[in-house]
Design a protein around this ligand. Structure first.
Ligand SMILES: NC(=O)c1ccc[n+]([C@@H]2O[C@H](COP(=O)([O-])OP(=O)(O)OC[C@H]3O[C@@H](n4cnc5c(N)ncnc54)[C@H](OP(=O)(O)O)[C@@H]3O)[C@@H](O)[C@H]2O)c1
Length: 320
């Protein structure tokens, strides 16, 4: 099968388009013929081996997994003997968890556990569906599980125009809240078009200095900090950030002891229930994928360069 393989950390040039052996399905797995995959900042970090601490997970001197790609949509080609919920020819979408080192979604075929996939939304193309499994659950978990979002609240999403942010705006609206999206000038119309009630251009205004407070601030791109944002929170307001690490966890516990406001660094978790929850929202027409660019698999190095700049508008898709 065709795949993009990398044997060492480095710039996008380390990615090699190659012919490799097709995986064989194991008893608890399904073999999926991939039609589309999506790019996430995680692909860029795993390829470059940065930040260095992340190599404790990805491999200290060289990558443990040789094929990147954490989410995909495609058709089941075969199922292992213990698989109960899926059959050959089912259209599915799902993710390859980072701890799985036998190959990611930047290939013609991938083997995954039935726990990491769900039937593809019927109203989405493979490209649209491939955009969902990493970014949309992050948005859902940030708003619902960490942010305790409730109807009628005022919610601010910083980084509203990116992969996670475009889902976060729509998911927040589906919970019946008033949404303010923060993005740059060129993305104001996009963020309004997906449902934001108000938009703030971060190149012209600093939302932390405006006379407005929010029940929940979801710092999707982690470009701010709790110290800067706390004045923009209501007295019991919650700040959720996608940044994660020991320093932030200490700050979380310190804040919980000293303030009525909450500071929560989040780490996305694998959840089939969340994929199904999101599929229901998609099929109900409440959320959809915003697709910025589409690259064929053999041009994936370009996609890495683009996503690595940190200015994608929605999701970047890889087609096979
Ligand atoms: N903790 C976890 O488990 C976890 C899991 C997944 C992802 N993440 C992290 O979550 C972050 C977001 O992921 P993503 O997929 O949404 O990234 P992304 O798609 O690459 O985000 C790009 C977006 O960020 C916006 N942006 C850049 N600088 C900004 C600023 N100063 N203020 C507001 N918006 C700004 C850009 O808008 P402009 O072009 O307008 O600047 C662009 O639309 C990444 O840092 C990623 O590493 C964490």
């Amino acid at each position: 099968m065709k795949a993009v393989v990398y044997e060492k950390y480095g710039s996008p040039e380390v990615l090699e388009f190659r012919e490799i052996e097709k995986p064989t399905v194991m008893e608890d797995d399904v073999l999926v013929k991939i039609h589309a995959a999506s790019m996430n900042p995680m692909d860029v970090h795993f390829r470059s081996g940065t930040p260095f601490m992340a190599r404790l997970m990805t491999g200290l001197l060289k990558p443990k997994s040789k094929i990147l790609g954490f989410d995909f949509a495609g058709k089941i080609e075969s199922v292992g003997e213990n698989v109960e919920q899926f059959k050959k020819d089912d259209d599915v979408f799902g993710l390859v968890p980072p701890e799985r080192v036998d190959g990611g979604a930047n290939a013609e075929y991938v083997c995954v556990s039935e726990k990491d996939i769900a039937l593809k939304p019927v109203n989405m193309t493979y490209e649209q569906a491939a955009a969902v499994p990493v970014a949309a659950p992050m948005a859902l978990q940030g708003l619902r599980d960490k942010g305790n979002i409730k109807p009628g609240q005022r919610v601010l999403i910083n980084g509203a125009s990116g992969g996670i942010g475009t889902f976060a705006v729509q998911i927040a609206k589906s919970f019946g809240v008033e949404v303010t999206g923060v993005c740059s000038t060129r993305n104001l119309e996009l963020v309004k078009s997906i449902g934001a009630d108000e938009v703030i251009d971060y190149t012209k205004e600093d939302f932390t200095k405006k006379d407005q407070s929010y029940n929940l601030i979801f710092d999707v791109v982690a470009k701010n900090s709790f110290s800067k944002c706390k004045n923009a929170l209501t007295p019991e307001g919650i700040y959720v950030t996608t940044a994660y690490g020991p320093k932030l966890l200490l700050q979380k516990y310190w804040t919980s002891m000293t303030s009525s406001k909450k500071m929560i660094p989040m780490w996305g978790k694998r959840s089939k229930e969340d994929l199904i929850f999101l599929r229901d929202l998609i099929e109900a027409g409440k959320i959809t994928s915003v697709i910025d660019r589409v690259y064929p698999l053999n041009e994936i190095a370009e996609a890495h360069r683009y996503v690595g700049k940190g200015h994608a508008r929605g999701k970047v898709i890889i087609t096979l």
